[in-house]
Design a protein around this ligand. Structure first.
Ligand code: GSH
Length: 221
């Protein structure tokens, strides 16, 4: 077995795969690519994923992309430290909560983070405020789950935690910018507004191997 993960720092899709590899204690080669140098669009990468998107995972000769498919592959191929639960019922709930998050929360978070990082808050306040309402509603549901348990579904850290966590980190980073102060006023500080979610973030940050998944350029600022 020789696993290679092609990823980019700060990509929430790549981050979830990184968290899964660490949780499963797999040995893998980490290939950090840089979007600003268009490394994800090189002929070699386009051969692996014609869409030119990251993450891509290669395991010997097998190539898989689309982050959720990668998580699923890893769990089927390396069942130790399962990430899709310990029963069909639990797997169903994990997948359901992932699907709900991807359908309802992810587009809103993406809109907000893109707007903030592109410095386009001022021109899009109404749109971004609407997106924040959606995020608030979804975050309250997750807060409800985490106020009764340590992990989002079941009693173990699972794929649903790995899917949602990077988006929360990205959102916090975006809302922490001065230009987003008003937009983020009901979300930050998370310790006050979403205390169970804040404790869950700390729990994941304390996991072994977490530092290897952390976006390298975030360490600088
Ligand atoms: N649905 C894909 C989304 C992957 C994706 O959008 N990746 C972004 C990084 S967050 C990317 O590679 N963007 C490069 C580009 O758009 O050129 C997945 O789950 O893997």
């Amino acid at each position: 077995m020789a696993i290679t993960l092609y990823w980019a720092g700060g990509s929430p899709f790549a981050w979830r795969v990184h968290l899964a590899l660490e949780h499963k204690q797999l040995t893998y080669e980490s290939q950090l690519l840089h979007f600003d140098k268009q490394e994800h669009q090189s002929p070699q990468m386009l051969k692996l994923n014609p869409r030119g998107l990251l993450p891509v995972l290669k395991d010997d000769d097998y190539v898989v992309f689309e982050s959720l498919a990668v998580l699923y592959y890893l769990d089927r191929k390396y069942p130790e430290y399962p990430i899709f639960g310990s029963s069909p019922e639990e797997a169903g709930v994990i997948m359901r909560v992932i699907c709900e998050f991807q359908a309802y929360a992810e587009p809103a978070i993406q809109k907000i983070t893109r707007g903030v990082f592109a410095d386009k808050v001022a021109g899009n306040v109404d749109d971004l405020t609407d997106a924040m309402h959606v995020v608030g509603r979804e975050a309250r549901t997750i807060e409800g789950r985490l106020s009764k348990a340590q992990w989002i579904v079941g009693t173990q850290y699972s794929a649903v935690d790995m899917v949602i966590f990077p988006w929360i980190q990205l959102l916090r980073r975006a809302l922490g910018k001065n230009s987003a102060a008003e937009l983020g006023a009901r979300f930050l500080p998370m310790e006050t507004n979403y205390p169970a979610l804040a404790r869950w973030v700390l729990r994941i940050e304390a996991l072994p191997g977490y530092a290897r998944t952390y976006p390298p350029h975030w360490q600088m600022n």
